[in-house]
Structures are given as structure tokens and as C-alpha cells.
Design a protein around this ligand. Structure first.
Ligand code: FAD
Length: 495
């Protein structure tokens, strides 16, 4: 017989960056949250290069910014690319964004086992009931709503827990995301395979760019080079699916061969041996196809992080989308639980903003993979896609800094509310520029709900460019909601 069901306000499935973020942001408003993860932390995960929006935006709101700063992760001031028609490397610095003031114009390169554990411990500290080694097998639902989950703890035996909301933050291997909007839709365009490992040592770019991510293209794809510590570097090759068989046979041999065939990376690795310490002593292979869902919520359930969507990793957007999407979900949950706003309206705002942010990266990345262009053309494209930034280079930096949404909570406190340079894109112009016939069209822009979204962007941008400080955040779409003062909920615009 079953143990009686426990009751919570919210149940979060998964304790990665997405799960910790949504759980903490809901607990900070005083709600009762249960978080279940099937693994025991610290646990390995890929996705080591972060963006400023996570470090100075989400982590600050969660109260964990200082602790992350004290962890001694490698400072990432920007990125360096040997990418596109230009044979010479080019680079960008986060400091080029006017929304990032001097002390916040950086992110970190993190060992995810440590970073994710810091966020999860912080969730505990703010009151989340975190249980590790607990696997969720299914959701409990009736026709009206999702009502809870079934799970199994380390001691075995199926149990049930109930809540007003179930959040699926269980990552790319989620077993329960199908309860919202059915199957995933896979991109025709981004269907790559990644093979990644670690070297003990390796050269560094000259200061102050020694913490930059370095990405270089070569015949078979591209390779990332991410400095994690003086004596530890993450090196991963992303190749198209035609190379899958070669990579899966003997991953370590394939990884070495790929590094050797990319001169810029081979020079940086400079003969450094493969790392010997766990969990870095293994070469791993992962399919990194991009995917999304036609819906991101239904009554009683919401999807965040890789459970919801994934886009090609070259711009390091994964943890940003996971943590920002989770913050948006927490705002919807908090405002519904408080009874201040209607569920559909709160979650509609979550979904529209999340899709928009995902869509920006997706659309930009389609052009970024056109290697016949040079960096100027990429910057131009960033400006076209985002409609933010005073210059094309600035637009690019806002996008790859995770700041293109214009969400004031993601910028440094000194800037938040004081200046609004960022605004969302004009949908019709974005859609108009996308080729219809070549099968690469961004399907997110095709949803009816999304079509009504964001055509206020240009108005907002004009207000921003005129330089007038906005006393209040304006909605990002007609009839849309704005962020509450604490960043943890939605509010209706002042009449
Ligand atoms: P995860 O971090 O995967 O966490 C999900 C958690 O759910 C896990 O802890 C798991 O144990 C738990 N779980 C799963 N199933 C269950 C269950 N049934 N019950 C209970 N718990 C469960 N992102 C970046 O930001 N920067 C990068 O440089 C970067 N590089 C990448 C390179 C590659 C090759 C790939 C594939 C991805 C990369 N990413 C990168 C993306 C990044 O890995 C993900 O976007 C990010 O880890 C998503 O976080 P999450 O919290 O959604 O999921």
C-alpha cells in the first residue's frame, strides 16, 4: 500500500540550474516547494560557459550572486572566435554593452558539478524541501489540471505528492514533458553531435581575455575551448550528424583526431594530456539537436530549461535560457498563487517572453552558421534580429550577453529601471526577413499567440533611445504584464 500523498504549493522535477532557479524564486515568496532530483549532487553536466544575465541577473535575484563570486570560477569577459570568412580570430567583450556597468561586465566559466550544487544548496537555504536520489516516474493529472507526481526515493516504493503546480525541469532526458503539448519538434537545421572531454593544462589567450571562450570552425564542424582552471580546460567538438558513426565508435580517438585537425585548437591544447581526475577523465558524446514544444504550460504544469527547449550551444545560451525561463515561470506561479492575477494571463506572459528569447537565439544562429559571412555581417544580423543596441556590435553583445529581452531584472541594479536601451524585435519585420521556402524558418514565430506579441517593441526602443529614464517598465507586448518590484512576480501596468 502507498504512503499517503504529501501536499505542496509547487513540485519541481530536476535540480539543475532551471529547477533550482524556479524552486528558489517561488520559495522566496513564502510558498512550500518540493524539489526532487534523481541524482545526488555534485553531479556532472555539460554547459560550462555562462552569460552575464545569469550571473548578475538571476543569481542576484536568488541571493546567491556573492557565493558564486566567492567560488573562484574563471572570469569570462567575452568570447573569441575563428569563425566565418575571416581567417583571423575576432572577439567581443561584454564590457561593450551599456547595460553592463564595469563591475558586472563579465560572466564565469564554471565546473557545472560545483555551480549546480551551489544553486541547489541555496534553494535549500531559502526553504525549498530538496530531496536527492528521488526519481519522478509520472505526473498525476485529471481532465482539468495536473495535480502532482509519482516518485520513488532511494528506499524504493512508489509515492505520490500533490501540488498546485508541477514544474518539469528535468532536462533533455525528461520523461514527463509530453504531458504538456505532446512531442518535441526537432529543428531541421541544427542536428549536430558533440564529443567533449578535458585536458590538464593548455595555453591561455593573452590577458585580459584569458577567460574567454574560444570557438574555431574547421572542416568537420567547430570546437570549443573553455578554460575552467589553470590546469583544466574543456574542449568539445561539434560535428554534423553525418559524422555520428565515426564519433560514436571510439569517442576518445575521435576527440583527439578532431582536435588535431583544427590548427587553432591544436595550438592552444599544445600537447597537454587528457585530464585524469574524475569526472573529467572521460570523453563523452551527446546528440545536441535543437528542439522546442508547441506549448510550454497547461493548467497545473509548466516546462523550463532543456525540458522545454534547446538551441545549438555555440553562443552558450543554454543555462541563460534555463535560468531566465525559470524566473519567468516563477513569476507566473507566484502571481497565480498569490491570487493577484489570472492563471492564463500569468502563464501567457511567461510563454510569450520565453519563446521570444529562444527565438532570438534560434534565428540569429541560423545566420551564424553561414560561414561565408564575416563578423560584421553577424553583428548586422544581431541588430536586425534583436532591434536593440546603438551599434551593430552592441546588438550582438546584448544578444550573446543574454540581455536582448529588455527585462530590467537581468541587468545590473545600477542600470535596472534607470535606462531602457533594449527592446524586443518587431515581429512582422522579423518574420518578413525569414526565408519561407528553405525549410529553415523559425517555427516559433508561427504560433498564433506569438503573432500578437511584441509589436510594441519598436515603441519601447524609441523611448529608450530618447534617453528618458522610464519610471516604470512598460509591457513588452500589448496588454502584457510587467515585472513586479522584487523581480519575482508579474504586475499590471499602472493605468
Ligand atoms: P539539467 O542541468 O540537465 O538538469 C536536469 C536535472 O534533472 C538533472 O540533475 C537530472 O538528474 C534531473 N532529472 C532528470 N530526470 C529526472 C527524473 N525523472 N526525476 C528526477 N530528476 C530528474 N549551456 C551553456 O549555458 N553554456 C555552454 O557552454 C553550453 N554548452 C553545451 C554544450 C553541449 C554539447 C550541450 C549538449 C549543451 C550545452 N549547454 C550549454 C546547454 C546546457 O547543458 C543546458 O542548457 C543546461 O544544462 C540545462 O539545464 P537544466 O536545469 O534545464 O537541465
Amino acid at each position: 500500500s502507498e504512503t499517503p500523498s504529501e501536499e505542496f504549493d509547487v513540485i519541481v522535477v530536476g535540480g539543475g540550474p532551471a529547477g533550482s532557479t524556479v524552486a528558489s524564486a517561488v520559495a522566496l515568496r513564502g510558498h512550500r516547494v518540493l524539489l526532487l532530483d534523481q541524482q545526488t549532487f555534485p553531479r556532472y553536466q555539460i554547459g560550462e560557459s555562462l552569460l552575464p544575465s545569469t550571473v548578475h541577473g538571476v543569481c542576484r535575484i536568488l541571493g546567491v550572486e556573492d557565493e558564486v563570486a566567492r567560488a573562484g570560477f574563471k572570469l569570462k569577459r567575452g568570447g573569441t572566435f575563428r569563425w566565418g570568412r575571416n581567417r583571423d580570430p575576432w572577439q567581443f567583450s561584454f564590457a561593450l554593452s551599456p547595460r553592463l556597468s564595469d563591475p558586472t561586465s563579465f560572466a564565469y566559466q564554471v565546473e557545472r558539478n560545483r555551480f549546480d550544487a551551489i544553486l541547489l544548496d541555496n534553494a535549500r537555504r531559502v526553504g525549498v524541501d530538496v530531496r536527492e536520489g528521488c526519481r519522478v516516474s509520472d505526473v498525476v493529472a485529471d481532465e482539468e489540471r495536473v495535480r502532482g507526481v509519482r516518485w520513488t526515493g532511494p528506499e524504493g516504493g512508489s509515492r505520490e505528492a500533490r501540488a498546485r503546480y508541477v514544474v518539469d525541469a528535468s532536462g533533455n532526458t525528461s520523461r514527463i514533458h509530453t504531458h504538456v503539448g505532446g512531442k518535441r519538434t526537432y529543428s531541421d537545421f541544427f542536428r549536430n553531435i558533440a564529443v567533449f572531454g578535458y585536458v590538464a593544462g593548455g595555453r591561455r589567450l593573452p590577458k585580459p581575455n584569458d577567460g574567454n571562450i574560444f570557438c574555431a570552425t574547421f572542416d568537420e564542424g567547430w570546437i570549443w575551448y573553455i578554460p575552467l582552471r589553470d590546469e583544466l580546460t574543456s574542449v568539445g567538438a561539434v560535428v554534423s550528424r553525418e559524422h555520428a558513426a565515426a564519433v560514436q565508435g571510439d569517442p576518445t580517438a575521435a576527440w583527439r583526431r578532431l582536435i588535431d585537425s583544427c590548427p587553432e585548437i591544436r595550438d592552444l591544447v599544445d600537447g597537454a594530456p587528457q585530464a585524469g581526475e574524475a569526472p573529467y577523465d572521460e570523453v563523452r558524446v551527446r546528440k545536441d539537436w535543437s528542439y522546442w514544444k508547441t506549448r510550454l504550460w497547461r493548467p497545473g504544469m509548466v516546462l523550463v530549461g532543456d525540458a522545454a527547449c534547446f538551441v545549438d550551444p555555440v553562443l552558450s545560451s543554454g543555462v541563460h535560457l534555463a535560468t531566465y525561463g525559470s524566473l519567468l515561470a516563477a513569476r507566473a506561479i507566484n502571481s497565480t498563487l498569490d491570487g493577484t492575477l489570472d492563471e492564463a494571463r500569468c502563464f501567457g506572459e511567461f510563454e510569450a517572453r520565453y519563446r521570444h528569447e529562444y527565438g532570438l537565439f534560434y534565428e540569429f544562429l541560423m545566420s551564424f552558421y553561414d560561414l561565408h559571412q564575416d563578423e560584421r555581417s553577424y553583428f548586422w544580423k544581431a541588430r536586425k534580429v534583436t532591434n536593440v543596441g546603438a551599434t551593430e556590435l552592441e546588438s550582438f553583445v546584448e544578444l550573446v550577453g543574454g540581455l536582448a529581452s529588455g527585462d530590467t531584472a537581468l541587468a545590473a541594479p545600477a542600470e535596472a529601471g534607470a535606462r531602457l536601451t533594449a527592446a524586443s524585435s518587431d515581429l512582422d519585420r522579423v518574420v518578413g526577413r525569414l526565408p519561407d521556402s528553405d525549410g529553415h524558418r523559425n517555427p516559433l514565430y508561427e504560433s498564433a499567440a506569438f503573432r500578437q506579441t511584441f509589436h510594441e517593441g519598436s515603441v519601447l526602443q524609441e523611448r529608450g533611445l530618447l534617453g528618458g529614464p522610464l519610471e516604470e517598465e512598460a509591457p513588452l507586448r500589448p496588454g502584457g504584464l510587467v515585472t513586479s518590484e522584487d523581480g519575482l512576480g508579474w504586475a499590471v501596468t499602472a493605468p
